[in-house]
Ligand binder design. Structure first.
Ligand SMILES: [Zn+2]
Length: 393
């Protein structure tokens, strides 16, 4: 009876997500990379691993330009959560107490970069298949030596998610876009950190993904319940993400799904920050295997502060925020001055012109145009950019 009531409650509450924590793309089970059978001596002789962290603050509104204090508060959370030193450990239910792991992973901050973006919500925007926030020339900041440092980009995003982490060995993610992506109001514990994601657990969770840990419920909520797993033995199968526990009280043990009590307080679930408390021994083994197999450079790096090179500024090009366009044409015009914009149809006829466009993103309503292919000419002083534009409503 209890289980039925619980399932009913979950079913009723699932569609009403108002907050979403994690947008990480999990590789399918079929692509599960083989982890090495024999740990190398390097990792055996070194039980405590210290991962150097680079934080890139890429801000638009001044409130997104987080203080050093807020960054430091996130570091403190990581060094508690990955050493099982967080205060919530005390409230782990008895049946799970023996599963609690000290991951023996610590973090040191080696660099902070600060970049003012010329348009909002850059963290999940792409240009020509490249993730803007990860590149100097696209409005973000280049990764620093991603083979040796964990790069964290702290920046606002369009999809409402608090964060995202890249899995190791994901063929779709280039090396210079590997790391974690955290929304500023989900980062750290002070300043702009906002409840229910104000205890720094989004970063803990996304680093879990970066170290190959999956969500406890497996691949995705669209899968048949209890049909996929996180590939870790001591986290029993579960059906739900617990993401609806963001306001009010935390889930109560025992909460059953898939025939066992769920470890809802595991960091790889999605309840409010205050409801999360532990990694398991199985997750520890999987994460440390992943470091050895896929991110061995982390073991060779040091905590010495990284001297930031002042690279010559790459000038950012104007670009289309979305293409094909279905509602409005949004142009990113990175320089402060005015642009001349002209749009031509496929036959070369001028169909739109604005000699004094400014502001970014700059919008032109697409209802002026019928569906089809156009060419947009963007002139700033002597520089002219021509881009193909597709209107498809
Ligand atoms: Zn996640």
């Amino acid at each position: 009876m209890q289980r039925w009531l619980f399932l009913l409650f979950m079913a009723l509450s699932l569609p009403s997500f108002s907050q979403q924590r994690c947008a990480s793309r999990q590789p399918a089970n079929g692509l599960e990379p083989a982890t090495p059978a024999n740990p190398s001596p390097a990792i055996e002789s070194r039980s405590l691993i210290t991962i150097p962290l680079v934080v890139h603050i890429v801000w638009y509104g001044p409130e997104e330009n987080l203080t050093d204090e807020q960054i430091q508060s996130q570091l403190e959370v990581l060094n508690e959560d990955f050493r099982a030193l967080n205060s919530e450990i005390a409230s782990v239910p008895g049946p799970f107490a023996g599963d609690v792991a000290d991951m023996e992973i610590e973090f040191c901050l080696v660099a902070v970069t600060r970049t003012q973006a010329s348009f909002p919500n850059i963290a999940d925007l792409y240009s020509g298949g490249r993730r803007r926030v990860c590149h100097n020339g696209l409005g973000g900041h280049d990764a620093i030596d991603p083979g040796h440092y964990l790069n964290a980009w702290v920046s606002a995003r369009n999809d409402g998610a608090c964060g995202e982490g890249t899995f190791p060995d994901d063929p779709l993610v280039p090396a210079d876009e590997q790391g974690i992506f955290i929304r500023p109001d989900c980062f750290g514990t002070v300043g702009t950190a906002a409840a229910p994601f104000n205890l720094g657990r989004t970063t803990t969770h996304e680093i879990g993904h970066y170290l190959n840990l999956k969500h406890l419920w497996g691949e995705g909520l669209e899968d048949p319940l209890c049909q996929s797993d996180d590939m870790v033995e001591d986290t029993e199968e579960q059906a739900y993400s617990y993401s609806e526990f963001t306001s009010g009280s935390c889930p109560v043990h025992p909460s059953f799904s898939c025939g066992t009590a769920d470890m809802f307080m595991n960091f790889m679930n999605l309840p409010a920050d205050r409801c999360m408390s532990m990694f398991t021994n199985g997750q520890k083994e999987r994460a440390r295997d992943a470091i050895q197999a896929f991110r061995p450079g982390l073991l060779e790096s040091s905590c010495l502060p990284v001297a930031l090179e002042t690279a010559p500024e790459e000038e950012e090009e104007p670009s289309l925020l979305y293409n094909p366009v279905s509602s409005e044409i949004a142009l990113l015009l990175p320089q402060k001055d005015k642009y001349e914009i002209a749009i031509f149809d496929a036959a070369g006829r001028l169909v739109f012109r604005n000699p004094n466009a400014s502001g970014t993103p700059h919008s032109i309503t697409s209802s002026l145009f019928i569906n089809g292919i156009y060419y947009i000419k963007i002139r700033n002083g002597r520089k002219i950019h021509v881009k193909k534009l597709i209107i498809a409503r």
